[in-house]
Design a protein around this ligand. Structure first.
Ligand SMILES: NC(=O)c1ccc[n+]([C@@H]2O[C@H](COP(=O)([O-])OP(=O)(O)OC[C@H]3O[C@@H](n4cnc5c(N)ncnc54)[C@H](OP(=O)(O)O)[C@@H]3O)[C@@H](O)[C@H]2O)c1
Length: 259
């Protein structure tokens, strides 16, 4: 039992990858999903593929919008209708080193990953607080734990999401609104297709979605996986900077030798 049956969620970033699989998984749990992203056709096909679900708040829906547009975000929340919770899974990524910045891509990454999350939260958190119930789940990344090579821009947005979730915890304490953040390792998707390096412990989006659903049921603030990588990242973030730099330099050398 995950406690998700009969609930209705707004899932932003549902058209592909982890978000699409999460929507399918939630529907199998008996959760209605209002699915959002920019690609309307992909959302409509997702709604067709999900197990049909009816809840007191309504059924599945496809609500296409762009999270980089503030007015469109407010309108989308209105069109979605009543929900028990929101999952922010929209994301943009380009592997990038600080030595070769692509400012246009950086601005898009920040706008989608961070400012987009703020737009969505600003639309629904006040409503959740007013009625004294709700659930916020942000999809971050293990990369947010520490500065890493070629994660310029993307890593900063994921660290910011972890900070944002901490702030929400403080501000929503006692409000009846639950806050969680999910920090996955590598997952097969359009985003990881851009990586030229070996990705340890990479898993399918189906596996990641199943772990997220289990994590929602367990109700810990952070859902982090796979275990070995999550533990390594937590240790890395606790290490003194010189030791961490040595380890990262060692990793870089190995990557150069065995790309
Ligand atoms: N793959 C990994 O290894 C990994 C690891 C850790 C965390 N994550 C995080 O997991 C989340 C899902 O990523 P994914 O790997 O599943 O990649 P993905 O398949 O590319 O999914 C990204 C989703 O975000 C939506 N999106 C992007 N820009 C948008 C915009 N401007 N407005 C509305 N929706 C937008 C996309 O839909 P449209 O293009 O249709 O708009 C898509 O549904 C991201 O937050 C990512 O950072 C991924």
């Amino acid at each position: 039992m995950t406690g998700l049956a009969g609930k209705r969620y707004w899932l932003v970033g549902a058209s592909s990858g982890i978000g699409r699989q999460l929507a399918l998984c939630l529907a199998r749990e008996g959760t209605a999903v209002a699915a959002s992203a920019r690609s309307e056709d992909a959302l409509l096909s997702l709604v067709e593929d999900m197990e049909p679900v009816r809840t007191d708040l309504g059924g599945h829906a496809a609500v296409a919008f762009d999270v980089t547009d503030s007015a469109a975000t407010i309108e989308a929340f209105r069109n979605v209708g009543a929900v028990d919770g929101v999952i922010y899974c929209a994301g943009a990524y380009e592997p990038m080193s600080a030595t070769r910045p692509d400012l246009e891509a950086l601005e898009r990454i920040v706008d989608v990953n961070l400012t987009g999350a703020l737009r969505v939260l600003a639309a629904c958190v006040p409503e959740f607080c007013r009625r004294g119930s709700g659930h916020v789940l942000l999809i971050g990344s293990l990369v947010g734990y520490r500065g890493l090579p070629d994660a310029w821009g993307y890593g900063a947005t994921k660290a910011a999401l972890m900070h944002l979730a901490e702030c929400l915890l403080c501000d929503l304490d006692g409000s009846g609104v639950r806050v969680q953040i999910c920090n996955p390792g590598f997952v097969e998707s359009r985003l990881t297709e851009k990586n030229a390096f070996r990705m340890p412990f990479i898993m399918t989006a189906q596996e990641a979605a199943a772990r997220i659903v289990r994590g929602i049921a367990r109700n810990r603030h952070e859902i982090a996986f796979p275990f070995v990588m999550a533990t390594a990242f937590r240790l890395l973030s606790a290490l003194p900077r010189p030791i961490c730099s040595l380890l990262l330099a060692f990793g870089r050398q190995r990557r150069r030798r065995n790309p």
